[in-house]
Structure formats: structure tokens, C-alpha cells
Design a protein around this ligand. Structure first.
Ligand code: CU
Length: 471
């Protein structure tokens, strides 16, 4: 190992800074509540994490850090103070990926379809034939009978993700669940939220096709159609063991789903159980954090047709505002998760390990880095529920509809890579992620299971690596 370098002029001077930003001198001033920085941005390149050290400039002591991935380290400091960043002399800077040559101007839905001449058509569940619905359920169950893929490589430090180790006796479906649990802190409340989940639904659809012979497109669940009464919704009245999604879980049996195609759907995380659903109309009722302005809110009020129309027709050119309204606390995305409770709500099964505490939220990083949450540590295993894929196809459709609303919206993209949800001030400043910022060139994490794609690759559903549209 070479010596630590602090001789580079770029890293020794102290300049006044914006809160939580890195100045060109490589010195960072963190304000209370804004506690994150990433190595990549510190030094304008990508470094192996052990090549970096951040020191409190006044105390001269190294800062406490936590590793999010091989590329991302977050340093934390309790109060505002300047920080000196040093790097090892012998570790070369890997230049940040080359900019894409150009982003094509959007000229309407047919324009982008140069490489994708026959996009598949994603349909609403209820407009699919009984045969097609059965084929999808069969393929999903098929994935749950395939073995674990040893290529799965968690990329988030377990002290951050707070999830159990990989269960090698789990299924390939469980690998999808695991990947989402692992990446939870990187793909929610950051700029990865919409593009990553679009990519995720697509690789899942591809797995259904390639591994289980599915020939259809990913279905979506237009929950706005059911917002008036989710409990009685027709989609949960189908008990047919081949084509039905089944109904609500039985309280005396840990809310396990008793009928439909998934009544025997086995899941491995956070501990082995079968699929659970627990209708929860007021999932925020116990929240005391200012992040939840209306704890008594009924979840279904957030995903009405009027709310969807507000999303699609509003936020013109405002990607951050769009994502914040959609994903944010008491927003449609989370409310759909939570009203379903059970596995889509991310609550823990009865036999869960001790560090999994039940509570009505869908996020995984409860206690440790989000002290404001009154509900506690959770699993992030919300994709255990097969409805996840239909829910997220609908989330994707709403983004797709917003993109197609105007040329101004289509390529609009911005966001940060670090969640800022530990308090209201940080969240209001960075609702879709604090710096370092992401760009269309940013690579999305795939945990070894799939080839990595950039955000650019998934901006257009009929170009790049994608080829589908919504009915
Ligand atoms: Cu997610």
C-alpha cells in the first residue's frame, strides 16, 4: 500500500461550501441532517473504497463511514464541519464513464421504435384472457420451483441492508426477492426508483419467458380502477386455482392466502412462509414522523383515477416533483403496497427472525438510518407477493404515460444516489436522492444476476434494451 496523499492541491485547500456538497477542492462541509457523500463525487472518479479516507478537518480524526457498495461509501458527521478527503497515491482514478454521444430528440411514440419494430403489449390483468392469466401464474410458480442462482452477489453492506444472508436452498424467485431486499437503500427515494424498477420488471418478464416458457407480456394491475373499494375488488375475487390471483389472507393463519393460483406459493425470506395478504386501510395510522403529514389517511385515497390523472397530466418537465408525489410518503406507490399488507406491505411473517419487526411499511432500512420512523425494522421483501410485478408494471405505466404526455417530459431525468429520508429537512431538499447525482449514464445495480444497464437504456420502452408498450 502506498502512502496517503493529501498533497494534491485540489484536496488541501479549504473553501466555503454549499451544505453537503463537495467543492472542487475536494473538501466537504456536511450540515447536520445532510450526512452523506460518495467517494465518486469527492474525487471526480471512481475509487475502490479502501483507497479513500475522510477526516474531520478540525478534530483530525477519521470520519465514521459505512459501505454501501464497492463504489459507494457514505461518511457521517454529527455536526457541520469541514472534511478533508484523501486518497492513496497508488490507486488510480477510474474515469467516470464517457458521456453518451447524444440523446435523440423525442418525436412521438412511433419514432423511437427503430430497433424495436414489434413491441410487446402489456395489458391490464382483467383484459387478459383466462388462458393468458393462467399462463402467467404458471410461469411465476415455475420460477419459484427453479433453484437459487449462485451468481447472486449482494452488493450492499449487510450492516446497511440489515437483511439475512442468502438462503441457498431458496428458489430462483427468492433470488429476485433477495436482490430487491439487498438493493433497497439504493433503489428507493433515489433517482434509481423509476428506471431501476422498469428494468427489474423487464428482466423478470424475460426470466418468465426464457426459463419458464411464458409467451405473453408482463401484465399490470390498474389499481385506480379498484380504489373505491380495494377489499371488494374483482381482482381479489378470483379463486380459480389456475387463473385466479386469490383473495385476502386468513387472520388465524398468519394472513396466508387461502385460494387462487398462489395459495401454495412458498417464499424463503425473511423466513420460510407462504404468501400473505392483510387488507390495511390506514397503514400510516401509527406514524408520528413529520414525514407523514396525515397519518389517518386512507391508503386508497392516494391512487384514485383523479390522482393518476394528476400525476400523468401534471408535473410538466418536473421529474423530481413527479417522482416525489408518486413515491413519497403517503403517495400512491407506497399506499398500494401497504393497503395489501402481508407480503406486498413488507410486514414480517409469524416465524420471522427477531430483527424483523412487524409494522405497516414497505421499506427495509427502518431503525438504524431512519430514526424518524415510528414503525420499525422491516424486510424490504415486498416483491415476495406476485402482485408486486403487476403493481410495478402499473407504476411504470404511469411514468410511461407521463413521459408520453409531452416531449419535454420524455427524456427528463435527474436524481441523487443516496437516500435522504432520515428527517424532513433532508427529504425536502433531496426527495429523490442526495448527491452524488445520477445521470443517464449511471449504471444500475444487478447483483450479479443480470447484465447491468444504464438509466439511458431504459428511458424509452421501445428503444434501448426494451421493446414494449402499454395497452
Ligand atoms: Cu422497490
Amino acid at each position: 500500500m502506498g502512502a496517503w496523499s493529501s498533497t494534491l492541491p485540489a484536496f488541501t485547500a479549504f473553501l466555503p461550501l454549499q451544505n453537503g456538497r463537495v467543492n472542487p477542492a475536494g473538501i466537504i462541509l456536511l450540515t447536520q441532517g445532510i450526512t452523506c457523500l460518495e467517494v465518486k463525487d469527492c474525487l471526480y472518479g471512481t475509487y475502490p473504497v479502501d483507497a479513500i479516507e475522510c477526516t474531520d478537518r478540525v478534530a483530525g480524526a477519521p470520519l465514521e463511514s459505512r459501505t454501501i457498495s464497492t463504489e459507494v461509501v457514505v461518511y457521517q458527521t454529527p455536526i457541520s464541519r469541514p472534511i478533508v478527503v484523501r486518497r492513496r497515491d497508488d490507486v488510480p482514478i477510474k474515469p467516470i464513464a464517457q458521456e453518451r454521444p447524444s440523446i435523440p430528440a423525442y418525436k412521438g411514440i412511433t419514432e423511437g421504435a427503430t430497433q424495436c419494430t414489434k413491441p410487446s403489449v402489456r395489458k391490464e390483468w382483467r383484459s387478459m384472457s383466462k388462458e393468458d392469466r393462467s399462463a402467467w401464474i404458471r410461469a411465476v410458480k415455475c420460477l419459484s420451483h427453479l433453484p437459487h442462482d449462485p451468481a447472486l452477489s449482494p452488493s450492499v453492506d449487510p450492516s446497511v441492508s440489515l437483511i439475512p444472508p442468502v438462503n441457498a436452498s431458496g428458489s430462483y424467485y427468492d433470488d429476485f426477492v433477495y436482490m430487491h431486499m439487498d438493493l433497497n437503500v439504493r433503489i428507493h427515494f433515489t433517482g434509481l426508483f423509476l428506471p431501476w424498477h422498469r428494468w427489474y420488471v423487464n428482466v423478470y418478464e424475460t426470466a418468465l419467458k426464457e426459463k419458464c416458457g411464458y409467451e405473453g407480456a408482463a401484465p399490470y394491475w390498474n389499481w385506480s380502477q379498484d380504489s373505491a373499494d380495494v377489499y371488494e375488488a374483482s381482482i381479489f375475487q378470483e379463486s380459480d386455482p389456475e387463473s385466479g390471483l386469490g383473495g385476502w389472507g386468513i387472520p388465524a393463519k398468519d394472513y396466508s392466502v387461502p385460494d387462487g393460483g398462489f395459495s401454495d406459493f412458498h417464499l424463503s425470506y425473511p423466513s420460510p412462509h407462504t404468501l400473505r395478504r392483510n387488507f390495511t386501510l390506514q397503514p400510516y395510522i401509527t406514524e408520528t414522523s413529520p414525514l407523514f403529514p396525515d397519518p389517518a389517511k386512507q391508503a386508497n385515497a392516494t391512487f384514485t383515477p383523479a390522482e393518476v390523472s394528476k400525476l400523468v397530466n401534471g408535473f410538466s418537465g418536473d421529474y423530481v416533483g413527479f417522482q416525489k408525489y408518486f413515491e413519497g410518503f403517503e403517495g400512491a406507490h407506497g399506499s398500494v403496497h401497504l393497503i395489501m399488507g402481508g407480503d406486498l406491505g413488507g410486514t414480517c411473517p409469524q416465524n420471522a427472525p427477531k430483527n424483523c419487526t412487524p409494522g405497516p411499511t414497505w421499506s427495509a432500512n427502518g431503525i438504524k438510518f431512519s430514526p424518524m420512523f415510528s414503525t420499525t425494522q422491516l424486510t424490504g421483501s415486498t416483491i415476495a407477493e406476485p402482485m408486486f410485478w403487476m403493481h410495478h408494471a402499473m407504476v411504470d405505466k404511469v411514468w410511461y404515460d407521463w413521459q408520453h404526455k409531452s416531449q419535454e417530459n420524455f427524456w427528463k431525468y435527474s436524481g441523487g444516489s443516496v437516500e435522504a429520508i432520515s428527517n424532513l429537512t433532508g427529504y425536502e431538499q433531496y426527495p429523490n436522492g442526495a448527491p452524488p447525482t445520477l445521470s443517464l449514464n449511471s449504471i444500475m445495480p444487478a447483483d450479479g444476476l443480470f447484465p447491468e444497464a444504464t438509466i439511458y437504456d431504459v428511458m424509452n420502452t421501445t428503444g434501448g434494451i426494451l421493446c414494449y408498450k402499454y395497452e
